[in-house]
Design a protein around this ligand. Structure first.
Ligand code: COA
Ligand code: MG
Length: 291
């Protein structure tokens, strides 16, 4: 999956696979994607039941749903293989692999999916949440350029990064921001989507809106969410603003004028605009559904 997907992934909600009520609600929510979690949100004693619940839900999945993703436990854990088989049976749009450290983890998981004859279209998303993954970001992102690999999306695991490093978690995220920026850069290099980490305080929606705006400014495609109340602010923050859409339309219109045909650079309202800005504008208009 080497081309960046054009499907928006602005608001991506985690739903614990142990929570029957939450699962029942998931398909009708306005988020772009749902991640059914078998990993950290599910206690060891509940893992088996959670897997069966997912199998049941997918067997009768509604026709129209957000993009559907299942987060499994890492293969090396005691739940990994059973989770993989359950995910294969459910056939979601993507499987999200946590605790990835090295390219070998992606190879092994890709191979394991191939061994189950998983459809080619079943994508792989990975969590970036360990110090080793941070150090291997470039090599991990390379899989995005490999047509045979399934890798399609990076997901920032900020809670685990904080836990692993002992860095102080502050409301302005000052100490983890450099790592977040590295993830965005690597994802761009690999042609991958990249999603910002969760915001644990789901009652403070003002703080949440600020964090979303910051994530959008950093270049993330969207944000992972833990609560339905976070969907609307995330959709808003990661959709192009009306001002940005208007500016992009002005650039497109200017290059479409006969006198500008074949020109590489033009002047628009006193500013230099190049064809690279046109490409940027067209991408933004695509995201806004105006291509
Ligand atoms: N997905 C779908 N529905 C959810 C939801 C979620 N992630 N979180 C809450 N809801 C539902 C609840 O089931 C509840 O439904 P009801 O009104 O029919 O009872 C409603 O939204 C309101 O929930 P609320 O009472 O505000 O929250 P809570 O105390 O029940 O749950 C959490 C709070 C944090 C435990 C819960 O939001 C959650 O489990 N989030 C996801 C955690 C997760 O997956 N973590 C792993 C990745 S970091
Ligand atoms: Mg994690």
């Amino acid at each position: 999956m080497s081309e960046r997907s054009h499907q928006p992934r602005r608001a991506v909600l985690y739903v614990p696979a142990s929570n029957e009520k939450a699962i029942a609600k998931a398909a009708s929510l306005a988020c772009d994607a749902v991640i059914f979690d078998l990993e950290d949100a599910v206690a060891p004693a509940e893992k088996a039941a959670a897997r069966e619940r997912l199998r049941g839900w997918f067997a009768n999945r509604p026709e129209k749903t957000p993009e559907l993703v299942i987060r499994v436990n890492a293969l090396a854990t005691e739940w990994g293989t059973e989770d993989l088989l359950a995910a294969r049976a459910c056939a979601p749009d993507a499987v999200l692999l946590p605790k990835v450290n090295t390219p070998r983890d992606i190879h092994d998981f890709d191979d394991a999916l191939d061994e189950t004859d998983a459809p080619e279209g079943m994508a792989l998303w990975i969590m970036i949440e360990t110090p080793k993954a941070m150090l291997n970001l470039g090599a991990l992102a390379e899989f995005g350029r490999d047509r045979a690999a399934r890798l399609d999306c990076f997901v920032a695991g900020t809670n685990d990064l904080v836990k692993e490093t002992g860095v102080l978690a502050t409301p302005d995220r000052r100490y983890i921001t450099p790592w977040l920026m590295q993830m965005v850069l690597a994802a761009c290099a690999g042609g991958l989507d990249v999603l910002d980490g969760v915001s644990n305080d789901f009652r403070d929606l003002d703080a949440f809106a600020r964090e979303c705006a910051e994530g959008a400014a950093m270049g993330f495609d969207g944000k992972t969410l833990i609560h339905p109340a976070q969907i609307e602010p995330a959709l808003k923050a990661f959709s192009p603003s009306p001002d940005a859409v208007a500016e992009a339309e002005a650039i497109r219109a200017a290059f479409a004028l006969p006198e500008n045909a074949g020109k590489g650079v033009i002047s628009l309202d006193g500013r230099m605009v190049e064809r690279l800005h046109l490409a940027q504008a067209e991408r933004l208009l695509g995201r806004a559904g105006r291509s």
